[in-house]
Design a protein around this ligand. Structure first.
Ligand SMILES: [Zn+2]
Length: 159
């Protein structure tokens, strides 16, 4: 359960697309960051699905896909939906800035048992890395990352 947020240019203060992601993984798992040059492809193979065209989404926002891989005992209403509602509130408060996005990724808004945007589900998953990418139409992209929980460390410019 990793929180993702995308705000397209019209919804951001600077007009650039903002892509933000927390990586919620087992506490001791290493998070390797690599840079790949931009590319266009007619079909994208993601971990659990194939996406036609250049769209991006996740299992929470694709209703048809949401039901397929869901664990039958996963209490989505308590663990996932509160985090999605927190993301919806951030997007609705726009125009979005990088500071607002990093504040959201650091927040403990969300569900039970540490299943918050910045996750601390003891013995299960933590937010092991976090990233915000600013993607302008023209000019270079800028990326800020955190290795570890974003509530405990500052974001550093990575690219
Ligand atoms: Zn935290």
């Amino acid at each position: 359960m990793c929180d993702c947020l995308v705000a397209l240019g019209p919804a951001t203060a600077g007009g650039a697309t903002l892509f933000a992601k927390n990586s919620d993984r087992p506490p001791a798992e290493v998070q390797v960051l690599e840079w790949f040059p931009p590319r266009r492809e007619p079909v994208t193979q993601a971990t659990h699905l194939v996406i036609d065209g250049h769209r991006c989404a996740n299992r929470t926002t694709i209703p048809g896909f949401d039901a397929q891989p869901r664990h039958p005992r996963q209490p989505v209403d308590r663990l996932v939906d509160p985090r999605l509602a927190a993301t919806d509130r951030v997007l609705a408060a726009g125009p979005l800035t990088c500071d607002a996005v990093t504040a959201h990724l650091r927040s403990h808004a969300g569900g039970d048992g540490g299943c918050s945007v910045c996750m601390h589900a003891a013995g299960v998953q933590v937010t092991a890395a976090s990233m915000v990418a600013e993607l302008p139409v023209d000019g270079p992209s800028r990326v800020w990352t955190v290795q570890g929980s974003p509530c405990e460390r500052g974001y550093e410019r990575s690219w």
